[in-house]
Write a protein of this length. Structure first.
Length: 190
């Protein structure tokens, strides 16, 4: 299989189902941002971190491919003419969201109480988590904008929201694990 198809040379690309749209279409921006997020999560997973976090991050990467496939499929193309679903994959479910929440609860139980906002940084790996969190928030904003124009699976929206929270808590956990400095934001007083 060749990577290049030459079909996108004029600035359009095909969605699942064959519909062609401009490469700057909100649907492309949505799943493209999820792809960017997936790359950052891979970068975090490649760091010297605990095995459980690596395992959860690998699971998240798999689910982000599912999210991307869902976002790449316009609602009118979800069902084939024979009545079957175009995407023959498991969807994002409440269980996936609960997994993120449970992981956050476990991490939070081992962390000191948060009394201030935290500045990103303190350790390279922690900074990668914060970059991933910011990209995840952008993916969520893109997906909610798409949802205003074309229905998006509500579990996808909820998953992206929860995932950004997970990445924030993971950043705090890894800051502690890696003995990085967690810098509190103290506003300047004028």
């Amino acid at each position: 299989m060749k990577i290049y198809t030459k079909t996108g040379d004029t600035g359009t690309t095909a969605l699942f189902g064959g519909t062609r749209v401009p490469k700057h279409h909100i649907r492309i921006e949505s799943y493209g941002t999820v792809d960017e997020l997936n790359s950052y999560i891979g970068l975090i997973r490649d760091q010297e971190i605990d095995p459980r976090s690596k395992e959860v991050l690998a699971h998240i990467q798999n689910k982000l491919f599912t999210v991307g496939a869902i976002l790449a499929t316009p609602p009118e193309k979800e069902i084939l003419k024979n009545g079957k679903e175009r995407l023959n994959i498991s969807k994002i479910s409440e269980e996936e969201i609960e997994l993120l929440e449970k992981e956050m609860d476990v991490m939070n139980d081992a962390l000191p109480e948060m009394t201030h906002f935290v500045l990103p940084g303190g350790h390279t790996t922690v900074s990668y988590c914060h970059i991933g969190r910011c990209v995840c928030r952008r993916a969520e904003r893109m997906a909610t904008l798409l949802n205003e124009q074309d229905r998006v699976d509500p579990f996808v929206l909820k998953y992206l929201n929860r995932l950004s929270d997970y990445l924030f808590v993971l950043a705090r956990k890894l800051s502690q694990d890696l003995q990085g400095e967690e810098v509190k934001w103290i506003p300047d007083k004028y």
